[in-house]
Write a protein that binds this ligand. Structure first.
Ligand SMILES: O=C(O)CCC(=O)C(=O)O
Ligand SMILES: [Fe+2]
Length: 663
């Protein structure tokens, strides 16, 4: 089993050659290394642990008086405010960030916090510079090449985005110990290097190949790992290794908190990180821009989600004023979101289907491609309004500059989005068309096959390892879908495929859904690849970039596919109020759901889809007269729901349940 190497830094001046070689070896393999005899006085570390403990043990109200500032990157972050990994249910963690000696500290409550941190930060800066020099030499660069790009470490975000973070993982209560609860989800760090000091609790794990290895604390040692920017700089020669913090068994038994101090080093603002070897493996990024990008992904309080979530919270708080506010616990928010996702999904599908049935009945069929274009237009208008109001303080001019800077001036980031946008437009056309041929429930269950296509594309394009449990659930999923397509005749006792009975339009509908699962799977994986390559702008900006492309492709769709028809019967032919409702719902719903996605982990999404399938089943039976509720259909649907559930739980790291405390 690979291990994290230990490098002895004593007499660094004398042994620089050896040390450089050992660090180079560690960074190009595991990406993590323990440093001992690094010269940092343990007393300084203990002082920070001590002051932090005093702070984190303060009542929540007081801690919340020092909230983390999204612009300055310093202050207190409470439980459940950040998520590093989408599939985590909760990441039970609190933190206090600081970025300079003169920044924002809880001086009134814990006066010793600032001096303790400043002293330690000073030593950590020195150690960082030593490390950067060794790395530069190992990479065949001038000794000062890297350190000269880190001249303002811990001078505040105006100059440098380095963050010293005191992390506190409070002791878990009974409710917390459930599947999907982790301390810190899987992630790579963002900057150049991270220096980590841990207490004696352990729980940190490092991904090496396909294995997780423990990075348990070694007394007195500093643990160092590299971040994304170092990997980009070195064209992957050095690794930004993925790591996570789980809840170790001992912690569950001891029920005591864990504490660590991380020094996330970032190059100075304005430094462009472009491959040292001149390769194009990663496009150039600017230090602060990349940090902001990754932080906005981490904080669920970022951009659009912040605004929508804040709005929801505000409305709910106003409605439930006074003591009732306490009702607004994370689980209430979770269930609220579950409801939102379910209603959006069910209502859109049912209304779309209803609009189709209506159109056939009145013989006023609207043109599918125009509905997609109308939807995209509404979306773009709303997004533009949001950008003007939220991101540009209601100034049109500011909004134009922002859009120009973010879209036109960044062709590298913008152009790759044409691919998913194109696929989304194709997919929307396929889905609207499919719903004119098959009933809402059949569409919903068959469309679940996108889990399968996503898994296959992830395997092929991202080289993801798919655990056996997931493959098994995919097999069950396929069997379920096949069952929903089987018809059993009681009279003759024969099984037959529904396609035979329903006719060619139905088959075309099914084929459209299957094609939509392909575009959906591919677009999902492609987006993941974009994120991995560090090309993920702010959420609102990304949404508008995507939507503008979609608008373009949707327009092309109308022109090329239905140009003549639109010309003769008019663009808005067949647009009943219901059709307008569908378009508006798709657009608004899509934005809200995208904005709150950060809150919704995989399990939540799975539940929302499952409830939505059941609801579609019931509503389309009673309201739309779609009668496909045969025994085989129901069994197939149950199998699909179960497979979906199995698939989603197979991804989540499970905190082992507490063992009974033996006395
Ligand atoms: O607390 C730890 O041990 C590691 C935390 C970490 O990896 C992070 O915050 O990036
Ligand atoms: Fe980390």
């Amino acid at each position: 089993m690979p291990e994290i190497p230990v490098v002895d830094l004593s007499n660094m001046g004398l042994h620089q050659g050896r040390i450089t070689k050992e660090l180079d070896e560690a960074f190009s393999t595991v990406g993590f290394v323990y440093l001992k005899n690094h010269g940092i006085d343990q007393k300084k570390v203990d002082n920070v642990f001590e002051a932090s403990r005093t702070f984190f043990q303060l009542p929540e109200d007081i801690k919340k008086g020092y909230p983390r500032d999204n612009e300055r990157f310093d202050g207190y972050t409470g439980r459940d405010q950040e998520i590093l990994e989408d599939s985590s249910v909760h990441e039970v963690r609190e933190a206090y960030d600081v970025t300079s000696p003169t920044g924002f500290y809880p001086d009134d409550s814990v006066p010793q916090f600032r001096p303790a941190i400043c002293e330690l930060a000073h030593s950590l800066c020195q150690l960082t510079v030593d490390l950067l020099k060794c790395m530069a030499l190992a990479l065949g660069l001038d000794e000062d090449y890297l350190s000269s790009r880190h001249q303002h470490i811990f001078h505040g975000v105006d100059k440098n985005g380095t963050i010293l973070r005191s992390l506190y993982y409070p002791s878990l209560s009974g409710d917390d110990i459930q599947p999907g609860v982790v301390r810190c989800g899987e992630h790579s760090d963002y900057g150049t290097v991270t220096l980590l000091l841990q207490d004696d609790m352990g729980g940190l794990e490092v991904l090496s190949g396909s294995e997780w290895i423990a990075a348990d604390p070694i007394p007195g040692a500093v643990l160092v790992n590299l971040g994304d920017l170092m990997q980009f700089w070195t064209s992957d020669r050095y690794r930004a290794t993925v790591h996570r913090v789980r809840v170790p068994e001992i912690e569950i038994r001891r029920r005591s908190p864990r504490h660590s101090i991380a020094f996330f080093v970032q190059p100075d603002n304005g430094v462009m990180i472009s491959a040292l070897d001149g390769s194009q493996k990663h496009p150039p990024v600017e230090s602060l821009a990349y940090l902001k990008l990754r932080l906005s992904e981490t904080y669920k309080t970022g951009e659009l989600s912040r605004n929508i979530a804040g709005l929801l919270e505000f409305i709910m708080k106003t409605l439930l004023s006074g003591k009732l506010t306490k009702l607004l616990t994370p689980s209430v928010i979770r269930y609220g979101l579950l409801l939102l996702l379910t209603v959006q999904n069910t209502a859109t599908v049912l209304c779309m289907r209803a609009s189709m049935i209506n159109a056939s009945a009145t013989n006023q069929k609207y043109v599918v491609s125009t509905l997609v274009l109308t939807m995209e237009t509404i979306k773009v208008v709303i997004l533009l309004a949001l950008i003007v109001i939220v991101e540009s303080s209601c100034s049109l001019r500011k909004a134009m500059t922002l859009l120009y800077d973010e879209i036109v001036c960044r062709p590298y980031d913008t152009l790759p989005l044409a691919v998913p946008s194109f696929l989304y437009v194709v997919q929307d056309n396929l889905i609207v068309y499919a719903l004119s041929c098959v009933d809402a429930t059949t569409y919903q269950v068959t469309y679940q096959l996108r889990i399968l296509t996503t898994a296959i594309f992830a395997r092929m394009l991202l080289n993801k390892i798919i655990p056996v449990k997931r493959w098994l659930s995919l097999v069950l999923l396929m069997l379920g879908v096949i069952l929903t397509q089987v018809h059993f005749s009681k009279d003759s006792g024969i099984f037959s495929f529904r396609t035979g009975k329903e006719g060619p339009a139905y088959v075309l509908g099914l084929v459209s859904i299957l094609c939509a699962t392909l575009t959906s799977g591919f677009a999902g994986v492609y987006n993941e690849k974009l994120i991995k390559n560090g090309q993920q702008p702010l959420l609102l900006i990304r949404s508008i970039q995507l939507s503008l492309f979609c608008l373009f492709f949707a327009f092309l769709g109308v022109l090329l596919k239905d140009g003549r028809l639109v010309n003769t019967q008019g663009y808005f032919y067949g647009y009943s109020p219901l059709v307008w409702l569908v378009a508006a719902m798709q657009a608004v719903g899509g934005i809200i759901v995208a904005g709150t996605m950060k809150y919704a982990d995989n399990i939540l999404k799975t539940f929302a889809t499952s409830i939505s399938i059941v609801m579609s089943c019931i509503f389309s039976y009673y309201l739309l007269g779609d009668d496909n509720l045969t025994a085989t259909f129901i069994v197939g649907t149950v199998a699909i729901l179960f497979a979906t559930y199995l698939y989603s739980v197979a991804t989540v790291q499970t905190a082992k349940p507490a063992e009974p405390i033996k006395s």
